[in-house]
Design a binder for this molecule. Structure first.
Ligand code: HEM
Ligand SMILES: *[C@@H]1O[C@H](CO)[C@@H](O)[C@H](O)[C@H]1NC(C)=O
Ligand SMILES: *[C@@H]1O[C@H](CO)[C@@H](O)[C@H](O)[C@H]1NC(C)=O
Length: 481
């Protein structure tokens, strides 16, 4: 009797000690203030709670008010320091490969693959990044993809204008997806590509979700989708490796196969598969959200829409050959359009957080962030700071006028910063610019169902965004704009 009582006391003391250590993690210095929440779960439920404002998430906001710009928490079993400070963020991004490494939430790693370009380090990262930039960087866009994107956009807008209403997020996703997989895998694989598309939609919602691998959860569905998708990509890669090399019409898969067969190549099959799987997704999901947000913003601001329309009508008027596709020079001259895009990215915060893993203890602002912890750079907090951006929740493209910003300035990190600046940024901007050009010059549009955006904290449009696209010179309903 006395013995079992003793056991119980020791057991409870053990648990108390464990909880104490959870709440007060070890650190060779002073940790930033904050709460570690419940054991193991931490503050994950608060972090993943959906919200509908475009403001900084309530989770971050309340903690900023309580603790300041640097605070600690715990998410999905990880010890985290959140930074909402532009200088700290910039410092962290400059430390890539030194004090920190890029890291994606464990769920993200399982889903997107441990060896993808997002979480690879050092030399391999540079190598993969160059492969991607050769495909989607400015040079390739200008020389190879511009006229094709142009034709594709005209064609899709025409098609959509024959339909009573289109769900724009889905429609744009499909368009960008088709283009991307054609560039990646070539024409012939289009049936596999369709199969692959189905797999992607199975896991979008679980992408940034609580990593609970139990049948039925969003996370579980995610992993299922990935496994299926991987099978498709793998069989495409194997088929191509068996085929004889092409001289013409080469796609990304040809490049990958060629790189893999070089003696001493650092491109392993797993790395190649992860890259091929992650790219279409990186491309269509974020880019289609950006287009929807741009149209939502323009709808809320008729003056901006008018100025945008004027810019594109001027381009049309000054064209040397009528009806020719958009040139790179014209694209670069779309100043107001670029202001609209920047403002959409700033306000949209499509990527709600950027993560880095601490490799060596970091001393900053009088605090210590221990090795092994994760830093969550909360870029929205900077994009929505009223000191830097007046009336931060208002869509105001004119605020970009004359702003001399470098890509990835510490106040604008919508596409990240430093050596990991988004490899698809120019591709997305070009895509949006072309779409806006034809939308405002050839068409009119009315919103038939303006579904709310939800963030959890990844951006979702559960009800979609439905528009009716009309040809500019047709007036079907009297009185319609
Ligand atoms: C509006 C759309 C997009 C936004 C807001 C966006 C945002 C970002 C951000 C914030 C990062 C930095 C991540 C980090 O530092 O850890 C990033 C990296 C990256 N993005 Fe994008 N992105 C977009 C579209 C695209 C597209 C269309 C592609 C594909 C062609 C793409 C490919 C990549 C790649 C490959 C990286 C990793 C770069 C590296 O680590 O070197 N992104 N993106
Ligand atoms: C906004 O930025 C200023 C200057 O960088 C800073 O002092 C202030 O604390 C920030 N405000 C919020 C709410 O983060
Ligand atoms: C948009 O932002 C980028 C920074 O990423 C900057 O270089 C560019 O000048 C901005 N464009 C306009 C038109 O303000």
């Amino acid at each position: 009797m006395a013995y079992s009582l003793l056991c119980m006391i020791v057991f409870f003391l053990g648990i108390l000690l464990w909880i104490y250590h959870w709440k007060n993690p070890r650190c060779n210095g002073k940790l930033p203030p904050g709460s570690m929440g419940l054991p193991v779960i931490g503050e994950s439920f608060q972090f993943f709670a959906p919200y509908t404002t475009s403001d900084v998430s309530p989770f971050i906001k309340t903690r900023m008010e309580r603790y300041g710009s640097l605070f600690r928490t715990s998410l999905v079993g990880r010890k985290i320091v959140v930074s909402t400070d532009p200088d700290v963020n910039r410092f962290i991004f400059q430390q890539e490969g030194k004090l920190v490494q890029s890291w994606y939430m464990d769920s993200f790693d399982d889903i997107v693959g441990k060896e993808n370009v997002l979480s690879s380090h050092g030399f391999l990262h540079k190598y993969l990044r160059n492969l991607v930039l050769n495909m989607f960087g400015s040079e390739a866009l200008k020389e190879k993809h511009l006229s094709e994107l142009d034709g594709l956009t005209i064609k899709h807008l025409q098609l959509w204008s024959t339909q009573p209403s289109v769900e724009l997020k889905q429609a744009i996703s499909n368009m960008i997806y088709d283009f991307t997989v054609r560039k990646l895998f070539g024409w012939k694989e289009s049936r596999s590509a369709e199969k692959l598309r189905g797999c992607y939609s199975a896991f979008i919602e679980g992408l940034i979700s609580f990593p609970l691998n139990i049948p039925g959860t969003a996370y579980w569905q995610c992993l299922q989708g990935r496994n299926k998708a991987m099978k498709v990509v793998k069989s495409m890669l194997h088929d191509r490796r068996r085929a004889s090399p092409k001289k013409q019409d080469r796609d990304f898969l040809d490049t990958i196969v060629e790189e893999m067969s070089k003696p001493g190549s650092i491109l392993s099959e797993q790395t190649a598969l992860d890259l091929l799987f992650a790219l279409p997704f990186a491309a269509f999901e974020s880019a289609s959200s950006a287009v929807v947000l741009a149209l939502k913003n323009l709808r809320s601001n008729p003056l901006a829409l008018a100025e945008l329309t004027q810019e594109h009508e001027t381009i049309l008027r000054e064209k040397e050959t009528k009806g020719s596709s958009i040139t790179w020079k014209e694209y670069k001259s779309m100043t107001f359009t670029h202001m609209v895009i920047n403002e959409t990215i700033r306000l949209g915060n499509i990527v709600p957080a950027i993560f880095r893993k601490v490799v060596k203890d970091i001393e900053i602002e009088g605090y210590t962030i221990p090795a092994g912890w994760i830093i969550l750079a909360c870029t929205p907090a900077v994009h929505l700071n009223s000191t830097k951006y007046q009336d931060p929740l208002t869509f105001n493209p004119w605020r970009w006028k004359g702003r001399e910003l470098n890509a990835g300035s510490k106040f604008f990190m919508g596409f990240g910063s430093g050596v990991r600046l988004c490899a698809g940024a120019e591709f997305v901007k070009l895509q949006i610019a072309i779409l806006l050009h034809y939308l405002v010059t050839n068409h009119r549009w009315t919103v038939t169902n303006d579904g709310k955006a939800v963030r959890q904290p990844g951006l979702l449009f559960p009800e979609g965004f439905h528009v009716r696209i009309l040809n500019k010179n047709s007036y079907e309903v009297a009185g319609e704009r």
